[in-house]
Design a protein around this ligand. Sequence first.
Ligand code: FE2
Length: 196
Amino acid sequence: MSIQVDVAAQRARACKTFMAQVHSISAKEGITPSTLHALKLKLVALAKRSDLFPLADFAMPQAQARTHPLLVEENDGHGLYLTISLPGKEAAPHDHGIWCANAAISGRERHVFYRRTDDGRKTGSAEIAKVGEVLVEPGSGMVMADHDIHSTVVVGDRPAVGLALYGYALARFPSVTWFHPEFTSVRATASRRHAA
Ligand SMILES: [Fe+2]
C-alpha cells in the first residue's frame, strides 16, 4: 500500500471517529451553546492533525473557494467538509439557518458576527449590528447556532484551509439569508431541504 492510500484511510477513520463523537455529545444534551462549544473543540483537535489533510489530496479552487466532502451522512445527517478559500475571498453577512463549526488547518479567515436589530416586519429589509469577531487560524475555530449571522474574509496572502461541520449536508441546506447592511436589505436563497 502506498503512503498516500494510508493517509486517505487514516483520514477516513479519523473523520468517522470524529462524527461518532459529535453524535455522542449531541445525543445526550442536544444542540445547545455548551454542546456546540464541545463540538468546536473536537473539530479544532481534528484540524490540528494536519498530516491527515495534505493539500496534495485536495484540488485548489478555480476561483474563490472550493468544498471537498470528507464525511457526508445519509438522510438528514451532518456534513463534514474540507474547505479551501483563496486570499481575499469574502462573504457578506448571512444566516445559514443551521448550526456550523469551523476550524483552521492553515491560513487565516476573519469572521465577524452580527445580530439582527429590526423586527423583521418590513419585507426585503433588515438591520444588523456587529456583536463580535474571531480570527480563525490554526489551533482555533468558531461555532454558530442555527440563526447566528456572520461575514467572512480570508486575510493574508495564503489560502485559508479548514474543516467545516454543518448540522445538515450542503446538498440539503436550508435557505441562507444574506444581509446587506449598507442598504438595510435582505434576501434569501431557495431552501434545498427537499433535495434528494
Ligand atoms: Fe457562512
